[in-house]
Design a protein around this ligand. Structure first.
Ligand SMILES: NC(=O)c1ccc[n+]([C@@H]2O[C@H](COP(=O)([O-])OP(=O)(O)OC[C@H]3O[C@@H](n4cnc5c(N)ncnc54)[C@H](OP(=O)(O)O)[C@@H]3O)[C@@H](O)[C@H]2O)c1
Length: 271
């Protein structure tokens, strides 16, 4: 497949209010001249992004505030996004984690995680793929998973399972769409220095600047590169690729017990 050309076309980015999504929006606008449909719950941050990208890079930005954990939001979002716009891509990046003992994950938080990380992603990927196929111009989806989806991960147990779903679903969808003009990229980063580390308490164990924790800017540059080159599965960074290879070669039991003892070091004392 030829590279995706995004100049003056629109790309939707979910989770554009912080971290990887914010940085991907910046790279898409500054390096590819893409107009951005920026999605997240925090509307003030989306407005700030709009002002920044429109003044610095001369692109257009449409901020669309949405809570992807709520039923009906993907439909509303997709309909608003495509109305009157030439949309070339959808980067489905919004996600939440829970770091702690699996038994401490409240049912409502679990439901919200599944709705955000899985249900809305499937819904949006179906709606945008269908639209792209009808439109008939080269287009791409990118699903942001995680290396956590390559193996069970104690203390991010449910999160890792959601990301495992995203990898499996995305690769299956990529196969089904392989003969069309719609590419599907599954992006699987390792640790990234974003709000997610602090909000989840993972920063009790991992800090920005630690070996293996990538900056959001670097990760976004690599993610957008994989998206426009229409890679099917992309692990960013040599260290992560070596880790991914070792996860393939070593028995899962070894990986689980190594990661389990590493993550246990950052847990809060039992309540
Ligand atoms: N950080 C890591 O180490 C790491 C590693 C591998 C993969 N990832 C994945 O990378 C993606 C981006 O995460 P990040 O590290 O950049 O984290 P982040 O800084 O916390 O960003 C998460 C983004 O998702 C949005 N979001 C969360 N819940 C939402 C909801 N219900 N509706 C709409 N938007 C929602 C947030 O916006 P609002 O709060 O404004 O809604 C925010 O923009 C996630 O899918 C994550 O799983 C992260």
């Amino acid at each position: 497949m030829a590279r995706l050309e995004l100049k003056n076309r629109w790309v939707l980015v979910t989770g554009a209010s912080s971290g990887l999504g914010l940085e991907m929006a910046r790279v898409l606008a500054s390096q590819h001249g893409a107009n951005i449909i920026a999605v997240a719950r925090r509307a003030d941050r989306l407005s700030a992004l709009q002002a920044e990208l429109e003044s610095k890079h001369g692109v257009k930005v449409a901020p669309l505030a949405a809570d992807l954990s709520r039923t009906g939001e993907p439909q509303r979002l997709c309909e608003s996004a495509i109305a009157g716009r030439d949309v070339a891509g959808a980067v489905l990046n919004a996600g939440v984690t829970f770091f702690g003992r699996a038994l401490e994950l409240a049912p409502a938080a679990f439901e919200s995680m599944v709705a955000t990380n899985i249900t809305s992603l499937v819904d949006l990927s179906q709606r945008f793929s269908t639209h792209f196929l009808q439109q008939g111009t080269p287009s791409g989806l990118m699903l942001v998973a995680s290396m956590a989806g390559f193996s069970p991960l104690p203390y991010q147990t449910a999160y890792a399972a959601t990301k495992s779903f995203v990898i499996s679903y995305g690769r299956g969808l990529a196969y089904e769409l392989r003969k069309t003009g719609v590419s599907v990229t599954v992006f699987t980063p390792g640790g990234i220095a974003t709000e997610m580390l602090e909000l989840s308490g993972l920063d009790r164990k991992f800090k920005a600047g630690d070996l293996g924790i990538m900056s959001a800017e670097e990760c976004a540059r690599l993610a957008v590169g994989a998206f426009v080159r229409r890679k099917e599965l992309y692990v960013p960074g040599l260290l992560n690729r070596l880790l991914a290879l070792s996860m393939k070669l070593l028995p899962h039991g070894v990986i689980i017990s190594r990661s389990g003892s590493m993550y246990a070091g950052g847990l809060k004392p039992p309540s």
